[in-house]
Design a protein around this ligand. Sequence first.
Ligand code: ASP
Length: 282
Amino acid sequence: MIKPKVIIHGGFFSESHTDAATKLAKQESMKRIVSLAYAYLLEHTALETVAFACELLEDDPLFNAGIGSQIQSDGQVRMSASIMDGISRKFSGVINIQDVKNPIRVAEKLLAYDDRVLGGEGATAFARSQGIEPFDVRIPQRIKEWEDKVAARGIGTVGCVALDSKGHIAAATSTGGKGFEMVGRISDSATVAGNFANYAVGISCTGVGEDIVSVALAAAIGTRVTDGASLEAAFKKSFEELAAFDGFAGAIGLTAQGEVYHADSHPSMVYALTDGAVVEVF
Ligand code: ASP
């Protein structure tokens, strides 16, 4: 029997405020959520668990996904989220969805459809067709940042990779974007550059979406591991490619063998990991 493991991330500390109290609050929250996700994983599949963990992170206003998402240049929030099942290899996602509390749950619902990545109004209309109620995710702090025009270029996203007792891996990632971006900008979070899983490995990324796409970060690490590299070697090689142009990204990963790794190009990503015995938070 395989030892279940779960790893989550909450983006970079630099997201909006880097004061010690916020950092501590994020770490406490990550600890709580990774422990809840692990307990859930003992009774559920990796796929069900990554959606559950991302939903908890989206519901926490400390993180830039769901409630607490960054506001774009026109004052609207547009969110992106995706989920990938390592066994069926199905990837589904929503890009620039609006007025929903949990984009990851909309992405999860799309796994059952032939058209599995929806954007903009189509994504929002699909959520409504599934009975998902409108929800304004703008919190007063983000509105104030936007009004002060200081929200620009915050970095933060949430993600989860889980390995269940059957050895199945799944990955999920959800974001409010970079903040203050142009309308129509596409995030990496609902692409295989930002979120990837197969039978061997699962990866979730955060950082500047344009940089993550430039090296196809999650898919590159995933392909290297699938072709025989260790998780650490695959991370190192892929982060070298990112460093070549001073790309800004962080990633978490798990393999079917139980290897766990995380890296960030710039300090510092907040993440938490548990296999039930120990909860590590950074
Ligand atoms: N990767 C996300 C994006 O570019 C932002 C982030 O991870 O902070 O939309």
